[in-house]
Design a binder for this molecule. Structure first.
Ligand SMILES: [Zn+2]
Length: 93
């Protein structure tokens, strides 16, 4: 299957499923496959084992996260809200 610069990782799908769907999958897959930083040892060795389950190959830490990303933008926001509720407003910190 041809893997060009334009189609990249979605070269495996050939001409199937339409351009728009392939482009959307391309961004998701590229972000999924790129190395992610471990929250414990800060090494870029985090891989996805299952949907939402991530594991660090170096320190063996297994944690939950987003389906396609270890930390989603919404998950970051959630953490910020929890911090605010626990430790008071952001300005008080
Ligand atoms: Zn680690």
């Amino acid at each position: 299957m041809p893997k060009t610069k334009k189609v990249g990782i979605t070269g495996r799908y050939g001409t199937r499923y339409g351009t728009k769907a392939r482009k959307q999958v391309k961004t998701i897959l590229e972000n999924l496959k790129k190395p992610h930083k471990c929250p414990q040892c800060a090494t870029k060795a985090v891989k996805r084992i299952s949907v939402g389950v991530w594991s660090c190959k170096k320190c063996g830490l297994t944690f939950t996260g987003g389906a396609y990303l270890p930390v989603t933008p919404l998950g970051k926001e959630k953490g910020r809200i929890i911090d605010t509720l626990t430790y008071g407003s952001e300005t008080e910190k």
